[in-house]
Design a protein around this ligand. Structure first.
Ligand code: PEP
Ligand code: MG
Length: 366
C-alpha cells in the first residue's frame, strides 16, 4: 500500500507540473482546510462565514444583532461575536500556512437566522428585554417571500455596515496575530452578491477604514486583497466597472445559474431531472447546477472575465460555485483563462487531474 501511495504521489507530481489552473478549496473550518491542503489544495477559494454563526451561543448574538432596535444594540451583539470570529480566522490561517484565504463576508438568506421556534423567541425576549410577541412581530416583519433574492449578501453590509466592519476587523486582527507567530498570511476579503459597482465601492470604503485603523492600532500591517463574487448577472454585465475597484473576481456559479437561467436553486429538482434525462426532451445536456451551462452562464463568465481584464489586466479570476469541482467545467475555466478553480475538499484531487487534462488538451489543440 505504501508503494501505491508512493506511485500516487509521483503521479500527482506530474499533474501538478502540467496544470495551469490553481486548485483551491471551499472550506470554513480548520479541519476541512487541513484535509484539503493534504489533498493538494493551494489555498481557500471560498470560506463561507455564515456557517460560523450557527454554533453554540453565536446564533443568539446574530439574532440580537438582526432584531436590534438601534446601532448601540447592534454593536453590543457584534462585540460578542468579534472574539469568536477572530479565533475562527486565526485557526484557518494557521491551517493554511501562508496559502491565500478568500474569506467571504456574511451572506445568509436572512430566514435561516430568524428565531422561528418558541424556545428561541423566549430566550431572545429575555435577553433583549422584549415580550415574546414583540420578538415574533419583529421576526415576521423580516419574513421574505423570496429570500434568495432578498436581504442577503452585500445588501446586509450596506444597510448595516457595522456587520462588515466587525468581520473585517476579525479577519485583519487574526491575520496580524498569526503573522506575529511567524506564520505567513494572505487574507482576501470577498464581498458577496454585488450587482452594481457602487455596492462594491461602498463596502470597500468601509473595509479600508477599518483596516487602516487596525494597522495604526497594532503598529503592524499585513498584505490583503479586496474583491468580489460575480454571481448576479448584472455584475457580470458590468464587470469592467467593478474590476476598476476589485482585485479579484470569484464566479459564484450557483447563484449565477439560478439568476441567469431563472431556476431556483432550492426548487428546480422537480423539472430539471426530466429536462436533462428524458430522451424526448433533453432541454439541457447536463444539470446546469452541476456542469456549467456553456452557451448561457458560461458565455456570461467568459464575457465578464474579458471585461474585467479590460480595465484591470492583473485581476485574479476564479470560480467557487459547485461547478468548480466538475471536470467539464474545469476544462471550460481553463479555456476562458481563469486563474483558479475552488471546490470542496474531497473534489480537490479530481479537480487537479481535470486541470492537468485541460492543459494537455489545450496544448494539443495548438
Ligand atoms: C455561488 O453562488 O455560486 C456561491 C459559491 O455562493 P453560495 O453557494 O454560498 O451562494
Ligand atoms: Mg452565492
Amino acid at each position: 500500500e505504501s508503494n501505491l501511495f508512493h506511485n500516487y504521489k509521483t503521479f500527482m507530481g506530474y499533474v501538478q507540473e502540467l496544470k495551469r489552473l490553481g486548485v483551491y478549496t471551499n472550506a470554513d473550518t480548520p479541519h476541512d482546510t487541513e484535509m484539503a491542503v493534504a489533498f493538494g489544495a493551494e489555498g481557500i477559494g471560498l470560506c463561507r462565514t455564515e456557517h460560523m454563526f450557527f454554533g453554540g451561543n453565536r446564533i443568539m448574538s446574530i439574532r440580537k444583532m438582526i432584531l436590534a432596535n438601534n446601532l448601540v444594540e447592534r454593536e453590543k451583539a457584534l462585540a460578542e461575536l468579534l472574539p469568536m470570529q477572530r479565533g475562527d480566522f486565526e485557526a484557518i490561517f494557521l491551517a493554511l500556512e501562508g496559502r491565500p484565504a478568500t474569506i467571504r463576508l456574511l451572506d445568509p438568506p436572512l430566514h435561516e437566522f430568524l428565531p422561528n421556534d418558541h424556545t428561541s423567541r423566549h430566550e431572545l425576549a429575555l435577553q433583549m428585554g422584549l415580550t415574546v410577541e414583540e420578538v415574533a412581530q419583529k421576526s415576521s416583519a423580516l419574513h421574505e417571500f423570496n429570500p434568495m433574492l432578498g436581504f442577503r449578501g452585500c445588501r446586509l453590509a450596506i444597510i448595516y455596515p457595522e456587520i462588515l466592519m466587525m468581520q473585517v476587523r476579525a479577519i485583519i486582527e487574526a491575520a496580524i496575530n498569526v503573522k506575529r507567530k511567524g506564520v505567513d498570511v494572505m487574507p482576501e476579503i470577498m464581498i458577496p452578491l454585488v450587482g452594481n459597482y457602487k455596492e462594491f465601492v461602498f463596502c470597500k470604503k468601509h473595509a479600508l477604514q477599518v483596516i487602516e485603523k487596525i494597522f495604526n492600532e497594532q503598529g503592524m500591517q499585513v498584505h490583503y486583497k479586496i474583491g468580489t463574487m460575480i454571481e448576479v448577472p448584472r455584475a457580470a454585465i458590468t464587470a469592467d466597472e467593478i474590476a476598476r475597484e476589485a482585485e479579484f473576481f470569484s464566479f459564484g456559479t450557483n447563484d449565477l445559474t439560478q439568476m441567469t437561467c431563472g431556476f431556483s436553486r432550492d426548487d428546480a429538482a422537480s423539472f430539471l431531472g426530466p429536462y436533462v434525462n428524458d430522451t424526448d426532451k433533453q432541454i439541457y445536456d447536463y444539470d446546469p447546477f452541476a456542469t456549467i451551462d456553456i452557451e448561457g452562464v458560461g458565455k456570461l463568465v467568459d464575457m465578464a472575465a474579458k471585461l474585467g481584464r479590460s480595465t484591470n489586466p492583473d485581476i485574479k479570476l476564479g470560480i467557487c460555485g459547485e461547478h468548480g469541482g466538475d471536470p467539464k467545467t474545469i476544462a471550460f475555466c481553463n479555456k476562458v483563462g481563469l486563474d483558479y478553480v475552488s471546490c470542496s475538499p474531497f473534489r480537490v484531487p479530481i479537480a487537479r487531474l481535470a486541470a492537468a487534462q485541460a492543459s494537455i488538451a489545450a496544448k494539443k489543440a495548438k
